[in-house]
Ligand binder design. Structure first.
Ligand SMILES: Nc1ncnc2c1ncn2[C@@H]1O[C@H](COP(=O)(O)OP(=O)(O)OP(=O)(O)O)[C@@H](O)[C@H]1O
Length: 242
């Protein structure tokens, strides 16, 4: 299968500050997991891929198109949906109203009813709180709403930035099972996550992001376990990760 997402020698940053220094990765038909120390460019990489900030060099290809210079809105229309860290939602809207907003992309409108049914099947607790304002939900429930909003956009690829941040272990497990279900239905994932077990459950191809570069990777089919990840993190060839 040709790559759904392919990133080549990508550079970007904020103003004159360069953060990404030539990142290359590809999804193939797999789910990709990104991890690494805080502040080394994972979020910046996701923002650049989804068009929120501009690449200064390199190429991003998604679904057969060169989207490097495309605005975020057009990239969403092509089926790349990004759930940012700490999912920002409208606090006074109910779950029902919030999910309906998610169906704004033109490609998603004809499938609004089907996508709503799918979101509720994956996150049944949302139905129980259907008319509750988002501000009254727990952190985990809000994360479920944020992912459901992205599902309403009918993604081919879903980008998740630390979806388990601040969640209790039981809720992490529930969220992980739900995201696995999304993947089983054919939506590919790019996930940034610090929880190694969560990554091992969801990703087939792992990349370690360090100082704005890919410092190591574990490809699909290669031995992927907790120890292999710890060796990637602390392997002597990397030197200290600061
Ligand atoms: N809007 C911004 N303006 C200027 N610098 C920024 C901005 N956002 C992030 N940075 C800087 O870019 C660098 C990389 O941050 P980024 O959020 O991409 O890292 P990260 O690996 O995702 O970290 P974390 O795991 O803590 O989210 C950091 O030094 C950060 O301070």
């Amino acid at each position: 299968m040709s790559d759904l997402l392919e990133v080549e020698a990508l550079e970007s940053g904020y103003g004159r500050i360069g953060i990404l220094h030539g990142i290359s990765l590809a999804t193939g038909g797999h789910n990709v997991g990104l991890f690494g120390p805080n502040g080394h460019g994972k979020t910046t990489l996701l923002r650049t891929i989804s068009g929120v900030i501009r690449a200064t060099r390199g190429k991003i290809r998604f679904a057969g198109e060169d989207v490097t210079a495309w605005p975020a809105r057009r990239i969403v229309e092509l089926g790349l949906l990004h759930v940012p860290q700490g999912s920002r939602l409208f606090p006074d809207l109910t779950i029902r109203e919030t999910l309906r907003l998610g169906a704004w992309p033109r490609r998603a409108r004809p499938r609004e009813a089907r996508n709503l049914e799918r979101a509720v099947a994956i996150f049944p607790r949302l139905k129980e709180r259907w008319n509750q304002p988002v501000k009254t939900l727990s952190g985990g429930e809000r994360q479920m709403v944020a992912i459901s909003v992205a599902l309403m956009g009918d993604p081919k690829l879903l980008i998740l930035d630390e979806p388990t941040l601040g969640l209790a272990p039981r809720l992490k497990d529930e969220l992980c099972a739900a995201i696995r279900q999304v993947s089983d239905e054919g939506v590919r994932l790019v996930v940034v996550e610090q929880d190694v077990e969560f990554l091992l459950d969801l990703a087939d191809h792992l990349y370690l992001v360090n100082h704005g570069e890919i410092a190591a990777e574990i490809r699909p089919g290669e031995s992927m376990n907790h120890q292999a990840i710890m060796e990637m993190y602390f392997g002597r060839e990397l030197g200290p990760l600061t």
